[in-house]
Design a protein around this ligand. Structure first.
Ligand SMILES: [Zn+2]
Length: 97
C-alpha cells in the first residue's frame, strides 16, 4: 500500500515548501517522480530522497554555496570566481533561499 499522496505532500511542504509536484507521476516513495522548481524547472527524484535530503539539483548547488559561505569554508571572492558572476548576483540569489 503506497503512502497516501496527502501524507507525502504534507511532508514535502514541511521540509521544503518551495516546489510543485506532478502527483500523477507518484507511485510510491521509492519510485522517481516529477517535481518542479519555479526557478530551475522540472526535476526528477524519488519521494524518499527528496524528503530526506535532496532539493532541486540546481537549488542544491546554491544551498551548498550559501552554507559554505556562512560557515567560512569559502570566501565571497572565491564564489565570484568559481561561478564567474558578481557579488551582487550571489547576494541576490542567496536572498531567495
Ligand atoms: Zn531549483
Amino acid at each position: 500500500m503506497p503512502m497516501p499522496i496527502k501524507t507525502v505532500a504534507g511532508k514535502f511542504q514541511q521540509k521544503w515548501g518551495r516546489y510543485q509536484y506532478y502527483w500523477d507521476t507518484y507511485e510510491n516513495i521509492s519510485v522517481p517522480m516529477n517535481m518542479h522548481c519555479e526557478i530551475h524547472g522540472d526535476f526528477n527524484l524519488t519521494p524518499i530522497e527528496h524528503y530526506r535530503r535532496n532539493p532541486c539539483p540546481e537549488c542544491q548547488i546554491v544551498m551548498w554555496a550559501k552554507e559554505a559561505l556562512e560557515k567560512g569554508w569559502v570566501t565571497m571572492s572565491e564564489l565570484v570566481q568559481k561561478y564567474n558572476t558578481t557579488e551582487n548576483d550571489i547576494i541576490d540569489t542567496f536572498a531567495r533561499y
